[in-house]
Write a protein that binds this ligand. Structure first.
Ligand code: SF4
Length: 444
């Protein structure tokens, strides 16, 4: 027979996956601390364990299933266990069959129900689950408990309507729902008052912002103009984007707004138009390249980021070579490179995963080598230049060195103190290693 559970006093929360999940975790931490619980970083000391999961890759899912499965093999079950995030939406109540020892499942669109679900589990001792298909922006973002004091994530749109054939997001996060622009601007003002200097606007496809709410009269570039006016916010970033929704107005905003950083994620995914069609990316390689050319004409110093998948079903060596050539030609500043893995529930799952794993890995390796060379070349070209760095923290190894990022998202380390944290400092770049540029501050 079920029994009422003890009220938990401490909690441990672990986040898998993307920035959207990190922000959801910050909101859950705030909610739990408001309830009087104390966060612990030691898993086996906590009365409540929450795993905020990711479904984007098979490996990420297997890792978390293994992790939570292990907890079920413990003789004594002490802590309450909750599974939140994309796996909760993708697997719904079947999670209870696979992991019978968990206590609640909360979908990405139900983070605001955490208090309610916890009350239910504690009162009844029964398992509880809540996974809605559509997000309703009932979340109180001011509850978020952020560890970072300089940069903050701000959610502007949830879900995705693009339905790329390899991606689970439209199924795990539901359709696009834009947050009210006044709420977003208000949150940014509050963050500025709290001393935050940089906001990153988050969504699966931020460029679609506002299209689902035509009455609001605020598209993505309009929102950027509004946030740019907020005193104290020195930098605006956003992620992630779909190339189709990157408009001329957005490019002009990157050129014209002082606080909007000249770094834009512009994911190509593949260099072959046939593969792009099979991925349902709704642009051809030629259309993509035209947009890149337009962007570089409007903002000559724009730095671009990308995601690429190699070994998509039916990809030939020749088609892979097109991706390789695109990477070489475009010279992205940041590239996230992946080998394809089929995701349950996606259209691509129905196709034979016919590129052998060793071929995928070999193609991935070739792309990585190419990109490493591009990174090194870009860093080399920056030597002797000056850059503006927003200082985020002292380095862990040496308190007399501080680290931060340039507007174009390059990591920089230079001599400084904790008084520099949160400030914009002009530096001269003099050397680099694999990940980082080293610099000397310029005393104005
Ligand atoms: S646009 Fe991005 S989030 Fe949306 S389906 Fe495609 S890959 Fe997934």
């Amino acid at each position: 027979m079920e029994q009422a559970q003890k009220n938990p006093k401490t909690f441990y929360i672990r986040t898998y996956g993307c920035q959207m999940n990190e922000l959801d975790t910050e909101i859950m931490v705030g909610t739990l601390e408001n309830r009087g619980l104390t966060r612990t970083l030691v898993e086996n000391e906590a009365d409540l364990l929450i795993y905020n999961t990711c479904s984007i890759r098979d490996l990420a899912e297997r890792k978390v299933m293994g992790k939570i499965g292990q907890l079920g093999r413990k003789k004594e079950k002490k802590a309450l266990i909750g599974v939140t995030g994309c796996m909760a939406n993708a697997k719904k109540d079947s999670l209870f069959r696979k992991l019978p020892h968990i206590d609640f499942v909360l979908g990405t669109n139900n983070i605001h129900d955490l208090d309610y679900v916890l009350d239910e589990v504690i009162a009844t001792g029964k398992q509880a689950f809540k996974t809605d298909d559509q997000f309703t922006f009932e979340l109180d973002y001011t509850k978020a408990k952020r560890d970072d004091k300089v940069k903050a994530y701000v959610s502007i749109i949830r879900g995705c309507d693009k339905y790329c054939t390899y991606c689970v997001v439209p199924y795990t996060r539901g359709p696009e729902v834009s947050r009210d622009c006044l709420d977003i601007v208000n949150e940014c003002k509050i963050l500025a008052d709290q001393g935050y200097r940089e906001v990153t606007l988050l969504g699966q496809n931020v460029n679609s912002y506002g299209k689902d709410k035509p009455d609001m009269g605020c598209l993505f570039h309009d929102l950027l103009y509004r946030i740019d006016k907020i005193e104290g916010i020195d930098r605006i970033r956003f992620m992630t984007s779909h190339p189709v929704d990157i408009t001329r107005e957005l490019m002009e905003a990157v050129r014209d707004l002082d606080s909007l950083c000249e770094f834009v994620h512009f994911p190509i995914q593949a260099g072959s138009s046939r593969i792009l069609r099979k991925m349902h990316r709704i642009y051809t390689y030629e259309q993509y390249m035209e947009k890149i050319a337009m962007f570089r004409k409007i903002v000559p110093n724009v730095a671009l980021g990308t995601d690429i998948i190699v070994g998509f079903p039916t990809e030939t060596e020749e088609e892979f070579q097109m991706t390789y050539d695109a990477l070489k030609e475009i010279e992205y500043s940041v590239a996230f490179l992946f080998a394809y893995s089929a995701r349950k529930g996606t259209p691509a799952m129905r196709w034979k995963d016919d590129v052998p794993e060793e071929v995928k890995q070999e193609r991935l390796h070739r792309l990585m080598e190419l990109q490493e060379g591009i990174y090194a070349k870009q860093r080399q070209q920056m030597l002797g230049e000056t850059a503006e760095v927003l200082v985020e923290a002292a380095t862990t190894k040496d308190p007399n060195l501080v680290k931060g990022r340039t507007r174009c998202w390059k990591n920089v380390v230079f001599p400084g103190s904790k008084d520099d944290i949160g400030k914009l400092v002009d530096v001269k770049l003099h050397s680099y290693n694999n990940q980082t540029l080293f610099a000397t501050p310029i005393n104005n």
